[in-house]
Design a protein around this ligand. Structure first.
Ligand code: 5GP
Length: 214
């Protein structure tokens, strides 16, 4: 399978991928985890990063935590479908992981910042792009401080970056305002269900019915 643009990858058998972006503190991780529990055919694309793990994070589950030299080697080998630098650390999506899952017919949720999401939109077909917004800017600042693992200066940096990222919502397909976790999870699940029900995706599966009706 080749998901690169200008090839037809919208066939019904191939999985679809949903890219979820959000400013830090908007609740994206909880929303993705909640939706994944309800969607058995959907897998999470675990990204690679050079940032150290935070308390509670597991290698291979939250991220693959690797050294910068290893990350750069993988860049040179063309492993990443997209990669970017955030706050001095590198983050990237493995093209191989994406292909493996999608070829097997699984659907994928990916967590990338808008820069990475844009790279995927430009280079791959079949992506759905979802941006998660906090209920308000004030609430975003409160949530960033409540996370408690960063100094005030780092919180301010994330806040400034959040403002820049929010400007990118104009080219996303869907927006979820995270004013209640349950409803945000339900919205992400609904987006997935609606996208899976698109006629173009169903054509193969319902061909017999359509042919019989003609
Ligand atoms: P954090 O360090 O808080 O987990 O993530 C920092 C930022 O990196 C977030 O905006 C997150 O969406 C983004 N990010 C995580 N994985 C990837 C990835 O594979 N590619 C890109 N481009 N961004 C990522």
């Amino acid at each position: 399978m080749d998901m690169k643009k200008n090839r037809d990858s919208g066939s019904s058998k191939e999985g679809l991928f949903i890219v979820v972006s959000a400013p830090s503190g908007a609740g994206k991780t909880s929303i993705c985890k909640g939706a994944l529990k309800m969607l058995p055919n959907v897998r999470f694309s675990v990204s690679y990063t050079t940032r150290p793990p935070r308390p509670g994070e597991e290698n291979g589950k939250d991220y693959y935590f690797i050294h910068e030299s290893e990350f750069r080697k993988r860049i040179d080998e063309g492993e990443f479908a997209e990669w970017t630098e955030n706050y001095g650390y590198l983050y990237g999506t493995s093209g191989r992981t994406m292909r493996d899952f999608l070829e097997k017919g699984y659907d994928l949720i990916l967590d990338t910042d808008p820069h990475g999401a844009k790279g995927l939109k430009e280079n791959y077909t079949g992506g759905i792009f979802v941006f998660v917004l906090p209920p308000s800017i004030g609430e975003l600042k409160v949530r960033l401080r409540q996370r408690g693992f960063e100094e005030e200066a780092a919180v301010e940096r994330r806040f400034k970056k959040a403002m820049d990222e929010i400007k990118e919502i104009v080219w996303y397909n869907y927006i979820i305002v995270n004013d209640s976790l349950d409803s945000a999870i339900d919205k992400l699940r609904s987006i997935y269900v609606a996208e899976k029900s698109r006629r173009e995706r169903l054509t193969e599966g319902i061909k017999d019915i359509v042919v019989s009706a003609q």
